[in-house]
Design a protein around this ligand. Structure first.
Ligand code: NAP
Length: 549
């Protein structure tokens, strides 16, 4: 029974605010889940750590932050009026535009009134007798609910490097994912950037022309390719709006819900000349076409991957004037697409500027951060600012930062320490009435994420609707179902080359204890297969779940 009156009774009995559902996080997933649960008539409270909504797009306001997905493919698709009213300005929108879009969505659907900001959730505890979750905020406030829904984001637990002296630096220091709201000035400053993932690349190319000097500390180079962003013309805008139904249909069919489909040909089924011409075409195309619309075997066949990697290496050599720097920027330990491909705009050309230099941390590791700068095994550098583009404890890290205690005192942190176990990436045995949007083993971490978020949210909403209709008050997945699902996840990843490479996508983060060995955290069967699987589970009366009245 989804009964706000019951919640209110709880409220009177315990003095704690009670809701049908509590959602943790007011990013894209949390906002949409709030909207959908309200439609079911549930009382919902969203708790958000930040002082405003937007999640990723609230925190990541670093210089150069922008989409790598086409803006119009990333927007919420659930409301035709919203789609038609919003005009994206660029094919790949910058962070301020995305944040204003999310604010527009919040206004349009009056979301803010159920979101409590500046409220970090510290602990969530299941009470079996009352079939309720108690949610405790940092600072002590509490609320309770019948359904707990996490919308924590896969890349929200930012990590600083485990390097001695990080706290000693006396100049300005920022992690990209905790960038200040006030404007940061770069003029006349000697700046260091540590990290060259998708974030580091965006920062470096953006601030290089603004600073007095820029020193990039790179541990592992990445295969970056051109974004080719551009403003959206009026004609394009009209075409985009007219084409929304067809475009979203296409996005439903592609593995990661992007507008790119891989080429059905194998790399070696065409002549070397045809191959080269095709790759030149891809290199000139915007966005992820080069990663996702490449030959069908580029990500699975070592030889195919090697010849394409060589093509991109030649591009880097042609764009970077100093041959030694060019070689440092070419990955040698992993092939193209085995890690997330950063999308760049004049990134390689930044290294041609006389005041930009690159330090290879594998050759000369950082020994420590000092009060004045950075000391490597070879030199001492002084800086006015250090920017940490050092990434996240991905996918499961945000869960570890909250004490989730389920049945019989089991904590999620302890349970997942031995290996992540989930069913559908949406729930875990021992944690009844809890749903993990965009959780580990879910297709969404390998997806144009709002597309998979919408699927997650709609599936969860249908489950709660079903429970309401059937008078069910408790659900829990079975250990057998989650073991099967987790095996399925491992099998799907088995053939893919990316599983042999360290990155956040394989769960590695050496800045965090216990994250030194690779884990399969993503569903690799593609969003359409994932959606179908979830739908089959629902159609079979929620197979794999124990539903209790
Ligand atoms: P990341 O890909 O994990 O990159 C972190 C970088 O910091 C790596 O270069 C890493 O080196 C380096 N690093 C970490 N700890 C270090 C240490 N102790 N010493 C030296 N270097 C260290 O993180 P990210 O760049 O923030 O990107 C994460 C993900 O966010 C992306 O893959 C993408 O999915 C998403 N993202 C999306 C967009 C977009 O859509 N436009 C933009 C930015 C990010 P190693 O590689 O050697 O570990």
């Amino acid at each position: 029974m989804l009964d706000s009156a019951v919640a209110e009774a709880g409220n009177r009995a315990t003095g704690v605010r009670a809701f049908d559902a509590i959602v943790i996080g007011a990013g894209i997933a949390g906002m949409y889940q709030l909207y959908r649960l309200r439609q079911l008539g549930l009382s919902v409270q969203v708790f958000e750590t930040g002082s405003d909504l937007g999640g990723t797009w609230y925190w990541n306001r670093y210089p150069g932050a922008r989409f790598d997905s086409e803006s119009y493919t990333y927007a919420y698709a659930f409301d035709e009026g919203l789609l038609q009213d919003w005009n994206w300005r660029e094919h790949f929108a910058a962070q301020p535009e995305t944040l204003s879009y999310l604010n527009h969505v919040a206004e349009r659907f009056d979301l803010r009134r159920d979101i409590q900001f500046n409220s970090r959730v510290a602990a969530c505890t299941w009470d079996e007798a009352r079939r309720r979750w108690t949610v405790t905020l940092e600072g002590g406030g509490q609320a309770e609910c019948r359904f707990l829904i996490t919308a924590l984001g896969p890349l929200s637990a930012a990590t600083l490097p485990r390097i001695p002296g990080v706290g000693d630096f006396q100049g300005e220091a920022f992690h990209t994912s905790n960038w200040p709201k006030a404007e940061v000035s770069f003029a006349g400053k000697r700046v260091a950037v540590i990290g060259t993932g998708a974030t580091g690349v965006q920062v470096i190319q953006t601030i290089a022309p603004l600073v007095k000097s820029l020193t990039v500390f790179q541990r592992t180079p990445n295969w970056a390719t051109p974004l080719h962003n551009a403003p959206i013309t009026a004609t394009e805008q009209a075409a985009i709006k007219a084409n929304y139904p067809a475009m979203f249909e296409l996005l439903r069919q592609t593995p990661g819900c992007y507008i790119h489909r891989h080429d059905p040909r194998g790399t070696f089924e065409v002549t070397p000349e045809e191959r080269e011409a095709f790759w030149e075409e891809l290199y000139a195309k915007p966005g992820f076409a080069i990663w996702m619309a490449n030959f069908r075997d580029m990500l699975t066949d070592r030889k195919a991957n090697a010849v394409f990697s060589d093509f991109i290496a030649r591009k880097i050599r042609a764009r970077v004037k100093d041959p030694k720097t060019a070689e440092m920027l070419i990955p040698k330990c992993h092939g193209f697409g085995m890690r997330r491909v950063p999308q760049e705009t004049q990134y390689f050309e930044a290294y041609n500027l006389p005041h930009v230099s690159l330090v290879d941390m594998k050759a000369t590791p950082i020994e420590c951060i000092t009060a004045k700068g950075i000391r490597t095994s070879a030199a001492e550098y002084e800086f006015d600012m250090i920017i940490y583009a050092t990434g996240f404890d991905a996918v499961t890290g945000a869960f570890d930062r909250i004490e989730f205690t389920g049945v019989n005192g089991l904590t999620l942190r302890d349970k997942w320490r031995e290996g992540t176990l989930t069913y559908l990436g949406l729930m875990s045995a021992g944690f009844p009435n809890m749903l993990t949007l965009v959780g580990p083993h879910n297709a969404s971490t390998r997806c144009n994420i709002p597309r998979c978020i919408e699927q997650n949210v709609e599936w969860v909403t249908d489950l709660l609707r079903h429970m309401d209709a059937e008078g069910i008050t408790r659900f829990e997945t079975t250990p057998a179902a989650e073991v099967d699902w987790s095996k399925h996840i491992e099998e799907l990843a088995g053939e893919l080359l990316y599983t042999l490479v360290d990155s956040w996508m394989t769960g590695i983060n050496r800045n965090v204890e216990g994250r030194e060995t690779r884990r399969i955290l993503q569903y690799q069967g593609g969003a359409p297969a994932y959606r179908e699987y979830c739908d089959t589970v629902a159609a079979a009366g929620y197979r794999g779940l124990v539903l209790a009245r």
